[in-house]
Design a protein around this ligand. Structure first.
Ligand SMILES: *Cc1c(COP(=O)(O)O)cnc(C)c1O
Length: 234
C-alpha cells in the first residue's frame, strides 16, 4: 500500500517538477530557482513522510487543528512548515509553535498577535502578506487589498519576532490568472522598493503554476497535482 502510494507520489512529483523546470526555462530563470511547497492539507502524516523521502523540504497546511498533530508526528523530518490558511488571532500561539512561515498575514491585529506569540515562544517567524487580488475585493476569503499592503508591510517590519519575506496570493476564480498575477507583480515591485528583503512571491497552484512563474513567482504551492484530488472535508 505504502509502496504504491510512494510510487504514485514519485510520479506526480516528477510531473510537477518537470512543469516547474519548463516554466523556469520559458522565463529564462536558472534551473531550481522556483521553490516547490507541497500543500498537504487533508492528507495524512504518512504522505508527508513519503514526500520528505522524495526530497520535499517545504510543506503547507491551512487549518491549525489538522496541522498541529501532523507536524508533531513529522517533527523528526526537518521539514519547513508553512501556514497558508485564514487565521484567527486566538490561534496565533498554536501556529507559531510549529510553523516556520505564515503566508496568510492580512491584517495588523493578526501580525501583532503573531509577533507577541513568537516572541513569547522565543522564535522568529517568516511572514508573507496575503494579497486579495479579487476585483472587487472578497474579504471573506482573506487577504489585504493592494492599496493597504504598504502600511501592513511597515507594521510587520517593526515586529521584532517577525521577518517580512514577501507576498502570497491566490488567483481569483473566474479571471485569467495572467491578468491577476500581473497585478500582483506590480504590488510586489512596489513592496520591494520599500522593503528589499521582501523578495518572496508565493503564487501559483496546481492549475496555474506556469502563469505564476511567468509573473515572477519564487514559490509555488501545489497540492492536488502532487497528492491527488482532496477527499471532501468531513
Ligand atoms: C489548497 C491550497 C493550495 C493548493 O491548491 P491545489 O489546487 O490543490 O494545488 C495552494 N494555496 C493555498 C492557500 C491553498 O489553500
Amino acid at each position: 500500500m505504502s509502496a504504491d502510494r510512494r510510487a504514485e507520489l514519485e510520479a506526480n512529483l516528477a510531473d510537477v517538477r518537470g512543469r516547474i523546470a519548463a516554466a523556469e526555462r520559458a522565463g529564462g530563470l536558472e534551473s531550481g530557482s522556483v521553490q516547490l511547497v507541497v500543500v498537504t492539507k487533508t492528507w495524512p502524516a504518512s504522505d508527508v513522510r513519503l514526500l520528505a523521502g522524495l526530497g520535499i523540504t517545504d510543506v503547507a497546511e491551512n487549518r491549525d487543528q489538522e496541522a498541529r498533530p501532523k507536524q508533531a508526528e513529522c517533527s523528526d523530518l526537518g521539514l519547513r512548515w508553512h501556514f497558508v490558511g485564514q487565521l484567527q488571532r486566538n490561534k496565533a500561539r498554536h501556529v507559531v509553535a510549529y510553523a516556520d512561515e505564515v503566508e496568510s498575514v492580512d491584517r495588523v491585529e493578526l501580525a501583532t498577535a503573531l509577533d507577541r506569540a513568537a516572541s513569547d515562544a522565543g522564535r522568529t517567524i517568516d511572514v508573507l502578506l496575503q494579497v486579495d487580488l479579487a476585483d472587487p475585493p472578497q474579504p471573506h476569503r482573506g487577504g489585504v487589498v493592494p492599496a493597504d499592503v504598504a502600511a501592513l508591510a511597515d507594521h510587520v517590519s517593526r515586529c521584532a519576532a517577525l521577518r517580512l519575506r514577501g507576498l502570497m496570493a491566490v488567483a481569483p476564480l473566474g479571471e485569467d490568472p495572467r491578468t491577476a498575477f500581473a497585478r500582483l507583480a506590480v504590488v510586489a515591485a512596489d513592496l520591494r522598493r520599500d522593503h528589499p528583503e521582501a523578495s518572496v512571491l508565493s503564487a501559483g497552484m496546481s492549475h496555474d503554476l506556469e502563469e505564476a512563474v511567468e509573473a515572477g513567482a519564487t514559490h509555488v504551492r501545489v497540492g492536488t497535482a502532487v497528492l491527488g484530488g482532496r477527499p471532501p472535508l468531513g
